[in-house]
Ligand binder design. Sequence first.
Ligand code: AP5
Ligand code: MG
Length: 214
Amino acid sequence: MDIILLGPPGAGKGTQAQRLEQRHGMQQLSTGDMLRGAVKAGTPIGLKAKAVMDRGELVSDEIVSELIDAELTAMGADTGAIFDGYPRTAAQARSLDEILARHGRSLDHVIELVVDEDALVERITGRFTCANCGAGYHDTFKQPAQSGVCDECGATEFKRRPDDNEETVRTRMVEYRAKTAPILPIYEERGIVNRVDGMASIDEVTEAIDAVLG
Ligand code: AP5
Ligand code: MG
């Protein structure tokens, strides 16, 4: 099963994708994570992407579609893909169709996380992750069970994203409204969009997604 998690910055795409990996053995394909990996490694893509990401704007369609294509090539044909943060433009949606067809795959569901944008700034500015395994946490909503120790791997170092400041978050939301929300009708026409209340608790959102996946 291949699905897209669609929603603005902070909607909970990454949080839910990690849970789907654990519960259903699917694989998260986050273009944001791939780009951050490229920035950290100092690859040519990373060098190009860094300033764009720091401003909260979108990296070029070609770059992200190539990243997705490469990940799908490396992935087992039987493992379901969770597209997190991709596609983000109409051109990327077209590329995804082509890429999936080439890999003999097709989309089963597009899950739209419906959220109140005003709450998202708090979600994003409070977010931090384990520096070792990437598990996600939040200052208010999801602290590790033992303060300063990752629940998943026991590591004690955490990090915050450079684009998680209020000014950049506002730009990321403008980009979402202008370029990403308009791709929903492409999938609505195919009858594969399911709306989930992203303002519910993290567990409730997981349950609602599980209900869609059946
Ligand atoms: P990307 O990494 O995709 O960031 P984003 O879309 O802005 O989304 P976030 O990762 O911020 O939010 P999320 O929905 O994953 O929320 P999370 O689960 O962490 O992209 C970053 C940048 O890379 C872009 O700006 C762009 O420059 C570039 N880029 C990436 N993909 C691209 C593409 N395809 N094309 C072009 N450029 C691209 O949750 C947030 C916080 O809230 C967490 O702390 C979490 O614990 C908490 N939380 C989650 N759910 C709940 C809940 N239900 N209740 C309470 N708290 C919750
Ligand atoms: Mg994310």
